[in-house]
Design a binder for this molecule. Structure first.
Ligand code: PLP
Length: 244
């Protein structure tokens, strides 16, 4: 079976990020690259680290806890973000594992994170997730709901607001995708006006299929899985190519 060339994938994505930045007059260091290692092995995450990835995204608490056990001690400078839906009964484990929860989309969840984060030495980073409409399920359903989430977030001293996250609708219609990214940038400007005391500078938007559009619309963090690690194995057996 042919292994995925993770180092080659990282280099290719970094080049495309650079080209996208150049096209729209942005600096390459304005955009961070996250390696989304969900459903991939620890070995794959280590290969990405060796290729220069320092920020990893995982969508499940338990999987991340197992995969990244001892990882940060071995590989200093590693940062780990939760990008998937968080159940309240997993909040405690999430607060002790992640540097940032990007998928905060309910006031009760934020309050729970706030209570639990009191036990941390450093504040827990939080991004508020906006729902992109269409068929997506996650994220605050409206701007006003999200603003209330921002108020809740600001009330907890050991939570650190960092900005916003969105998943573009699952479609090939690039106009719809662009519109979702643009709406997130617009909500960010409103947040900055309404709550100038906090830092909302992170715009986490863009995945393997749409990160270049996201960069054109102001993304500061692109979350790339498939284009680095290959297709995810979401069940079934791995047979590994054809036999001779
Ligand atoms: C899985 C996932 C990604 C990565 O998606 P790819 O298309 O594999 O790059 C990014 N963001 C979130 C929230 C995800 O769940």
């Amino acid at each position: 079976m042919s292994a995925v060339d993770i180092a080659g994938g990282v280099a290719a994505i970094q080049e495309r990020i650079g080209a996208a930045c150049a096209r729209c007059g942005r600096k390459i260091d304005e955009v961070r690259l996250m390696g989304v290692s969900k459903f991939h092995s620890r070995d794959a995450a280590e290969a990405a680290w060796d290729a220069g990835i320092r920020l990893f995204g995982e969508s499940r608490v338990q999987e991340a806890a197992e995969k990244f056990e001892g990882f940060r001690e071995e590989k200093p400078g590693t940062e780990l973000h939760l990008i998937g839906a968080l159940q309240r009964n997993k909040a405690k484990a999430a607060v002790s594992l992640f540097d940032c929860v990007e998928s905060a989309d309910r006031d009760e969840l934020i309050a729970e994170l706030g209570r639990l984060a009191a036990s941390r030495n450093t504040p827990l980073g939080v991004l508020l997730e906006l729902n992109a409409g269409e068929e997506s399920k996650s994220g605050y359903a409206s701007e006003d709901d999200l603003f209330r989430g921002a108020e809740t977030l600001l009330a907890w001293p050991n939570l650190e607001p960092r900005g916003l996250m969105i998943m573009a609708p699952y479609t090939t219609d690039t106009a719809l995708i662009r519109r979702a990214f643009r709406s997130l940038a617009s909500v960010q400007r409103k947040l900055e006006t309404r709550f100038p005391e906090a830092d909302w500078s992170c715009l986490s938007m863009g995945m393997s299929g749409d990160f270049e559009i996201a960069i054109e619309e102001g993304s500061t963090l692109v979350r790339v899985g498939t284009a680095i690690f290959g297709e995810r194995r979401t069940g079934g057996s791995l047979t590994g190519g054809s036999l001779p």
